[in-house]
Design a protein around this ligand. Structure first.
Ligand code: FES
Length: 627
């Protein structure tokens, strides 16, 4: 073992811990600093923050490879340390990182890796060190004799004592036969602490898991190979609950009106998940029973419905969830036919309207670990907003209504073939971008935002959101002004002229502009209040992350133009993509990351907007388009 610097070498002052509950760790030689809750094992703090410490047991305390030297601060000697270090090394501060809780500010020297851990790159550009909860161990056991009468369970557990799992009754029932049929050459399948199966022969090369993003509209399943960390197949389909309404409120209402609806909604969610599992397995060439764990993220309503939990309390003040963290569940509880004892990891919810999908998004983007103050917005009917960095994170939910999904927009449609998804005004002419390059059929959410932003930029919409008078329009943009007309009493801007009757065309109406104003004002009010609570100005935000499928198509320039996001340099506004789905993959690839998901729920401060005295004033201020 190389000898890093002695204890008194580090003499720069550390910042004090920011309160009784968090401590500051500095990792040498690269100088990475992290704040974590007091008592967090040094190993966890390092791996959550991308500092690689050697390990082959994933923090279970059995490999004794996670050796670090504490150069500053006191860390108690654990029961395992004397087995790994000499008394002299212990005096020099050497500790096993996975058994070393940080209860005060510390400086830790991390030796270079002896074994390079496998890592996988996930969709948000983040490397995750591969440490799945699903573990396999191939063992060739001594057969029992009159001299060796250990029980079958003990015999197996003795052979895999680095994992120390427990065996449930189902496994105990089959164990005797399984061992003897396989001549005591078997593979033990362990998930977290549980022995879930014993398979004949050596199956260690095949470990799989399924990540589900259970959206109100779309459900996505990703089949993961846990050996390589790579996705084998991805399938998506519309949530079969659609006939009960497009949004969560309609589905909750259905359960309040019809006592049988909850069961039907549960069944439809489960059918959707089950079908996706079948399709993902077929395409990936994986037998369903080789899937040993699933992870699910979704909003609180979707999770309640998928498990048949009454969602009514979510819909009325004071808006409480039945539970933030569910009791242990299995894939079978979600109707997913994979390995019969595969556990299900369900992302915990922060509140009724900031669900597990947002916790998954925060995990994937590292919002609560990064030093930069970032603003995370998942734009939708219910928009979730989070603001913060590794010091503090605030979150809220803003009821934006359906404008961003183009519902209740006169020529609105879903983002499907034929939808105008982009609008550009240049030299008094208009250019439309249509999904599928076909004849335009309507306007989807991103097209609506673009259209309004471009008409504000061109001067045809004023900052209050009104179409300017015809004579002003003719002066400002003579050719475009010809598209301004009326349908009945309402002024409209025609995007695709069709014949003499403007009602036959695709157009933007004055009322559509108002709908968008209400929606964007709701979100802008949300982040304005979070900024105020945080005590910072919009310019202090270092990055805006637009999450979800809508965020992926939204033009940053248009988002700034209409005031949906703070006015920042455009490179600081980025689309984060489907971060919820990425979060679900991450917890399957690394069981350490799920502890972080759980700590997000404990640490993020939820700010309730309804009932705030300043909400209405802020909302009215945010209705206008920025000048
Ligand atoms: S990580 Fe294996 S003993 Fe600490």
């Amino acid at each position: 073992m190389s000898r890093p610097a002695p204890v008194n070498r580090v003499d720069e002052p550390l910042e004090p811990a920011d309160g009784a509950e968090r401590v500051l760790l500095r990792f040498l030689p690269d100088g990475t600093e992290v704040r974590v809750p007091s008592g967090t094992p040094i190993f966890d703090a390092a791996s959550w923050n991308g500092v690689a410490i050697d390990s082959t047991c994933g923090g279970h305390g059995t490999c004794r490879k996670c050796k670090v030297q504490v150069l500053r601060g006191e860390v108690p000697v654990s029961a395992l340390d004397p087995r790994a270090f000499s008394p002299q090394e212990l005096r020099e501060g050497w500790r096993l990182a996975c058994r070393a809780p940080a209860r005060e500010d510390v400086v830790v020297s991390v030796p270079p890796l002896q074994t390079r851990p496998k890592a996988a790159l996930v969709g948000v550009g983040r490397h995750v060190i591969l440490r799945p909860a699903v573990q396999k161990r191939y063992v060739e056991l001594e057969e029992p004799t009159l001299e060796d009468q250990r029980s079958d369970v003990q015999r197996l557990l003795d052979a895999i004592d680095d994992l120390e799992p427990y065996a449930g009754l189902d496994v105990v029932r089959k164990l005797g036969r399984a061992l003897r049929d396989a001549h005591f050459k078997v593979t033990a399948v362990i998930v977290d602490e549980e022995l879930i199966d014993v398979e004949p022969g050596d199956t260690t090369g095949r470990r799989h898991a399924l990540a589900f993003d259970l959206g109100t509209t779309t459900v996505v399943a990703t089949l993961l190979d846990l050996e390589s960390g790579q996705p084998l197949s991805v399938h998506s389909m519309l949530n079969r609950q659609q006939p009960f309404g497009a949004d969560v409120i309609s589905r909750i209402s259905a359960t309040m009106l019809d006592p049988g609806a909850l069961e039907q909604l549960r069944d439809r969610a489960q059918e959707t998940l089950a079908q996706l599992a079948v399709e993902a397995c077929e395409e990936g060439g994986v037998a369903p029973e080789e899937i040993y764990e699933i992870a699910l993220c979704g909003n609180a309503t979707m999770m309640h419905l998928a498990l048949g939990i009454d969602p009514e309390p979510l819909s009325m003040a004071p808006f409480v969830v039945t539970t933030h963290e569910l009791p242990p569940t299995r894939a079978a509880d979600f109707g997913v036919a994979v390995h019969p004892r595969a556990p299900a990891f369900v992302f915990p919810s922060l509140g009724a309207y900031v669900g597990g999908d947002i916790v998954a998004g925060m995990l994937a983007t590292g919002l609560s670990r990064d030093k930069r103050v970032r603003l995370f917005i998942d734009v939708g009917t219910n928009s979730e907003i989070a603001l913060g960095c590794n010091e503090r994170v605030l979150a809220t939910a803003a009821p934006a209504g359906p404008a961003f999904e183009a519902a209740q927009i006169r020529c609105g449609m879903r983002a499907a073939e034929g939808a105008i998804e982009g609008v550009r005004v240049e030299d008094d002419a208009i250019e439309l971008q249509v999904i599928g390059d076909v004849e335009p059929m309507g306007l989807c959410g991103s097209g609506l935002v673009d259209c309004v932003a471009e008409l504000v930029r061109a001067g045809l919409l004023d900052h209050s959101g009104r179409f300017v008078p015809d004579e002003d329009a003719a002066r400002i943009a003579p050719r475009l002004s010809e598209r301004l007309t009326k349908i009945g009493e309402e002024r409209v801007f025609v995007l695709t002229p069709r014949g003499a009757d403007p009602a036959e065309s695709i157009y933007l109406s004055q009322r559509d502009v108002r709908e968008l104003q209400f929606a964007k004002a709701s979100i802008a009010t949300g982040w304005t209040i979070l900024l105020r609570e945080y005590g910072i100005e919009p310019g202090d935000v270092q990055q805006v992350l637009l999450a979800g499928s809508f965020g992926a198509y939204l033009s940053p320039a248009s988002a700034v133009r209409i005031g949906l996001v703070p006015r920042l340099a455009l490179p600081r506004i980025v689309s984060a993509g489907n971060v919820a789905g990425e979060g679900a993959k991450i917890v399957l690839l690394s069981h350490r990351e799920r502890a972080e998901a759980e700590s997000i729920v404990r640490e993020v401060e939820y700010v309730e907007l309804s009932g705030r005295a300043d909400f209405n004033d802020q909302f009215v201020d945010q209705l206008a388009f920025p000048g």
